[in-house]
Design a protein around this ligand. Structure first.
Ligand code: ATP
Ligand code: I3P
Length: 455
């Protein structure tokens, strides 16, 4: 089944025309990205710097890679991500998508809302050395994390668009014949293991090996840090995916093929809020050596207030304060309450929509990425804690209230990002994106089962 009927779509060039609202390519078009106090040093093993100090994105978990494929992803010295425009029509289509959604004169509430689920877009960029090579300049969604655990999940029931050649269709189906049934595909991930102070990485072959019956355990690995399951990160991810589902259910103007969700959570134990996380490591006991993405090495400037580095050795703004847990943000409490007092008896779709609304409300304080946000802490319980928990097996239909309570039980929200990325195959439409919605709902069910199994 396809996510949308080709007949319901415009011819590709028209589609592009309709999306093309903002200025065309050029060096440094669009708003300026925030500058960080210091530029990146090339991470160990990446060789000499590329293109005016830009380096290959060291924490890329999937997709076309710089130096491997014809196009790839770089990191700019200011900390942003540079995605090289793919050959037409893919690259221009993705650029037009971003420039439309982020157009200064955009008044479309649907697109304005969509901005909340995307990386920020800073226009196109090109190096003075190669002005013809265009890049999309994007917020690095992982930037505020010290040890970002990252997962890329492709959504939809098929990963080719309605205009794909027969050859392309067959190539995509061959790669993952379960896409239509599962509705998503894990493209790659890296998971911080607290016991070894190292990242475990999984490439696209891992995800392709997962079928309907094994996808839950396969996905659960993303949330396991070698010591325990990060229930807090699962619960926060559910909340964020629900908000994205709510957006999809509210709109009938765009369809997305071969587009991904990028999940990120903080792997560093001291930053985790989960009471279930009984890591033997404290922040000070985490090695600062090269762990394939370590924190600042000996040559890093000693500025404790901003001394967190993500795995790319990019100086990251202080993602939270380490002081006493006095600022237990209201939005999280509200979310827990909402989950617990929501209408648990609703049918799954309504329930999801309602929960999305609740999460939306909850996350109003999270509107824009790039803002400094305080990490949650683990103090205090949530209402309803300890009430009637019962473990469910995979496949059992979970009651709404059960799921909500367990999300609440999973304690305070973890620092999590879930953003939509990769828009080379986005088209105008006049109906819901059924393929993407199907994938989101199944993904939610799987995440909810991971949480319930762990309760
Ligand atoms: N804004 C971002 N912030 C952080 N990491 C990003 C961002 N955009 C992309 N990445 C990293 O780059 C990877 C590939 O991104 P993306 O899917 O956009 O590239 P692609 O080459 O179009 O992929 P594909 O080959 O699947 O079409 C992601 O899995 C992620 O690791
Ligand atoms: O996971 P893999 O094996 O790297 O496969 C790639 C993946 O399916 C990409 O989504 C696809 O780009 P599109 O989604 O843009 O089609 C790319 O097509 P390509 O080889 O034509 O670039 C594939 O090679």
């Amino acid at each position: 089944m396809s996510a949308a009927q080709p007949g319901a779509l415009m011819e590709p060039s028209l589609a592009l025309g309709r999306l093309e609202l903002s200025p065309g390519p050029g060096t440094g078009t669009g708003p300026a990205a925030p500058r960080l106090p210091a530029g990146p040093r090339a991470p160990p093993g990446t060789g000499p710097p590329h293109l005016n100090g830009c380096v290959p994105l060291s924490h890329q978990v999937a997709g076309h890679k710089y130096g491997v494929d014809k196009v790839g992803i770089l990191q700019h010295p200011d900390g942003t991500v540079l995605k090289q425009l793919q050959p037409p029509p893919r690259g221009p289509r993705e650029r037009d998508f971003y420039s439309t959604v982020y157009a200064e004169d955009c008044r479309d509430p649907c697109l304005l809302d969509l901005q909340n689920h995307l990386p920020r877009y800073f226009g196109t960029w090109s190096s003075p050395d190669s002005p013809a090579e265009l890049y999309l300049k994007l917020e690095d969604v992982t930037r505020r994390f010290a040890k970002p655990c990252i997962m890329d999940v492709k959504l939809g029931r098929r990963s080719y668009d309605p205009f794909a050649s027969q050859e392309k269709r067959e190539q995509q189906i061959r790669k993952y014949p379960h896409m239509e049934e599962v509705g998503f595909l894990l493209l790659g991930m890296r998971v911080y293991q607290v016991d070894r102070d190292a990242f475990d990485s999984y490439d696209q072959h891992y995800g392709r090996g997962l079928v309907k019956d094994t996808v839950k355990d396969g996905l659960a690995r993303f949330f396991h840090n070698g010591v325990s399951l990060r229930k807090d990160a699962v619960a926060s991810s559910i909340c964020r995916v629900r908000r994205i589902l709510q957006w999809f259910e509210s709109q009938q103007q765009l369809v997305f093929y071969a587009s991904s969700l990028l999940f990120v959570y903080e792997g560093l134990p001291c930053c985790s809020s989960s009471p279930s996380l009984s890591s033997p490591l404290s922040s000070s006991s985490v090695s600062s050596g090269d762990d394939g993405g370590g924190r600042a090495g000996p040559e890093a400037p000693a500025e404790p207030e901003v001394a967190e580095y993500n795995n790319n050795n990019i100086r990251a703004a202080p993602p939270w304060d380490y002081g006493p847990p006095t600022i237990n943000t209201n939005h999280r409490k509200d979310c827990a309450k909402s989950r617990l007092h929501g209408n648990g008896g609703a049918a799954p779709t309504e329930e999801t929509a309602q929960d999305s609304a609740l999460c939306q409300e909850d996350n109003s304080a999270w509107k824009r990425s790039g803002e400094l946000r305080r990490a949650p802490n683990g103090n205090g319980g949530v209402e309803g804690e300890g009430e009637g928990r019962s473990k469910s097996s995979e496949g059992e239909e979970l009651q709404g209230e059960q799921v909500k309570r367990r999300a609440g039980d999973a304690a305070e929200d973890a620092e999590v990002e879930v953003r939509m990325i990769d828009f080379a195959h986005v088209f105008p439409s006049q109906s819901h994106d059924h393929g993407y919605i199907y994938g989101l709902k199944h993904l939610l069910t799987v995440l909810e089962h991971i949480l319930c199994d762990a309760a």
